[in-house]
Design a protein around this ligand. Structure first.
Ligand code: 5GP
Ligand code: ZN
Length: 112
């Protein structure tokens, strides 16, 4: 399958791993938008948030459990933001669902 995040999971594309378990992989974003910018993905090719179902949602809860662990391990006690871009208007550029974990700067709200 021609998916860059599936290739990162398989190791065909290198990444700087931050966290891994049986359902989730997290790695540093190649073009960081904050001093801490990690991409958290399920190890299953779900295209976007519009494709979450009762059959695959256990991967999404695993993603959020991983995010809580990553935040603790990296001392993000001052806070962080989780962003999921969905579809063209949502600004999604990679068609494998992913969650941006951004921290270590004051993040603007509302986003642009
Ligand atoms: P999106 O725009 O789809 O919400 O986010 C995709 C993110 O993936 C972007 O922040 C982009 O920098 C990151 N990205 C795209 N290709 C690669 C890659 O090959 N390696 C890594 N580490 N990040 C990537
Ligand atoms: Zn994929």
């Amino acid at each position: 399958m021609d998916c860059i995040f599936c290739k990162i999971i398989s190791g065909d594309i290198p990444s700087t791993k931050v966290y891994e378990d049986d359902k989730v992989l997290a790695f540093n974003d190649i073009d960081p938008k904050a001093p801490f910018h990690v991409i958290v993905i399920p190890k299953k090719h779900i295209v976007s948030a519009a494709d979450i179902t009762s059959e695959n949602s256990h991967y999404i809860s695993a993603v959020y459990e991983a995010i809580a662990k990553i935040a603790k391990e990296n001392n993000l006690e001052n806070g962080f933001r989780v962003v999921n871009n969905c579809g063209e208007d949502g600004g999604q550029t990679v068609g494998h669902i992913h969650f941006h974990l951004l921290a270590r700067r004051n993040l603007a709200w509302p986003p642009g």
